[in-house]
Design a protein around this ligand. Structure first.
Ligand code: ZN
Length: 440
């Protein structure tokens, strides 16, 4: 089994007093075998010099739609209500679905993401989306979004039975595939576009297959109010009453919630995923994550789809998340760099129900990102500034190397395991095949 020694990096420790410690990380196969803080002679490994970098646990994008990459730039300057009508009309043929997802995957890996929780919203070719994630070497928690209730004029609809059938065969096909690198969740897309019956079926399928749930919730103010009119209670209460809230459930956005709603999330150990770029751009609002964290809710971060957020760079989401809380709470102390780092890593892994992912620790999965810190916007003569400089100043383009499941997927500007440039060569050809392109 291949052993690699990542030598002389500043390793992130999650220790408030000493967040970085200089050392060497030995990776054997897909697992971190050992961390050496002193020089030790060991044999039979390949050595990689990592001086001038920090080693962080790979970022977990806990809510995304990589498949939307080809939609980036085509649905601009719209509110969520306007945007939803456009995104539901944006459909790609199977080959374009593959390359659109791959394009998103390339950006994610290039900017330090090692896990994506991909909710597949365009259902014409879900197999191609999973195939692209698999071929990109990302760790994927994939789910098929289904809707059986007419939310807007263009909501893609299937019957409740069909939605259940599609979900079932998707899980049977992909759960724990690609040597465990791909797992699945169940995604009734979100309450405005699903029936109670589908919620109940989703819960029973989740129990039957022992997989989690991944939904949108309380995203737009108008949509959340409409749900309240329809059910005569809040979205969170409806999800709670139908057994959807549980430890293995992640809810994206969760902006328009009351104190009582938040207590239900806390009580059921449901995870929340904030998507700052998307929420700002579509003028959704601000997830009250400081209040949520105060009552013990696990909060992670997601990039959402590039057709709304314009980016798959998790460091942007981390920085915006902190800045939003400081402004919203009128408290400059809100959401520290350490809290943001947890949201980017271990909290995301927890939301995605991934065991042994999210910390650089012996026995844990070798998902590691190395960031070049010898740069004017990160460097400080005082080591105490390093964590703040990474969270508030570093960019995804500062990532020097991305290791996923023990594989060096990206290093020094190159993708080592697949031909990333192919996607750009095929661009125009694929545009010809993009359906509905005339509407944009
Ligand atoms: Zn979404």
């Amino acid at each position: 089994m291949l052993m690699i020694l990542f030598k002389d990096a500043l390793i992130f420790t999650f220790d408030e007093n000493k967040p970085f410690k200089s050392g060497n990380i030995l990776v054997k196969g897909d697992v971190i075998e050992h961390i050496y803080f002193e020089d030790k002679k060991i044999n039979g490994y390949k050595e990689i010099n990592c001086s001038g970098t920090v080693a962080l646990p790979g970022f977990v994008d806990a809510h995304t739609h990589l498949i939307q990459s080809f939609g980036r730039g085509l649905m601009e300057n719209m509110s969520l209500t306007q945007w939803l009508e456009h995104i539901w009309q944006y459909s790609l043929d199977p080959e374009s679905s593959y390359y659109s997802t791959l394009l998103g995957a390339i950006e994610a890996i290039r900017t330090g993401t090692t896990t994506v929780c991909e909710m597949i919203t365009e259902c014409t070719a879900p197999d191609k989306v999973v195939q692209a994630i698999k071929n990109s070497y990302l760790r994927g928690v994939v789910s098929l979004a289904v809707s059986d209730f007419q939310e807007g004029e263009h909501t893609p609809l299937v019957s409740t039975d069909k939605a259940a059938e599609r979900t079932k065969s998707f899980i049977e096909k992909y759960h724990n595939s690609s040597e465990g690198r791909i797992t699945t969740k169940i995604s009734p897309v979100g309450l405005p576009a699903v029936t109670i019956e589908l919620l109940k079926i989703s819960k029973s399928l989740a129990d039957r297959y022992n997989v989690g749930l991944h939904l949108h919730a309380c995203e737009g103010k108008i949509q959340t109010e409409r749900s309240k009119e329809r059910f005569k209670k809040s979205e969170i209460e409806v999800l709670y009453e139908n057994g959807i809230l549980q430890e293995n459930t992640q809810l994206a956005h969760v902006i328009w919630v009351t104190k009582e709603d938040m207590l239900l999330l806390s009580k059921t150990k449901t995870s929340v995923v904030q998507c700052p770029s998307s929420n700002i751009k579509l003028i959704d609002g601000i997830t009250p994550i400081s209040d949520m964290m105060d009552i013990g809710i696990n909060v992670a971060l997601g990039c959402d789809g590039a057709a709304s957020s314009s980016s798959y760079d998790m460091l942007i989401e981390g920085r915006l998340s902190s800045f939003l809380q400081k402004l919203d709470k009128q408290n400059a102390d809100a959401l520290s760099p350490m809290q943001v780092m947890k949201m980017l890593t271990i909290n995301g892994a927890k939301a995605a129900n991934l065991k042994n992912v999210g910390i650089i620790k012996p026995g844990w999965k070798a998902d590691i990102v190395f960031i070049d810190i010898d740069q004017p916007h990160i460097y400080s003569p005082n080591p105490n500034a390093l964590l703040a400089n990474i969270i508030f100043s570093a960019k995804g383009s500062d990532v020097k190397m991305t290791v996923i499941n023990g594989n060096i997927v990206y290093k020094d500007g190159e993708f080592l395991l697949f031909d990333a440039k192919e996607i750009f060569r095929r661009g125009e050809e694929l545009l010809e095949k993009t359906t509905n392109k005339s509407s944009f």
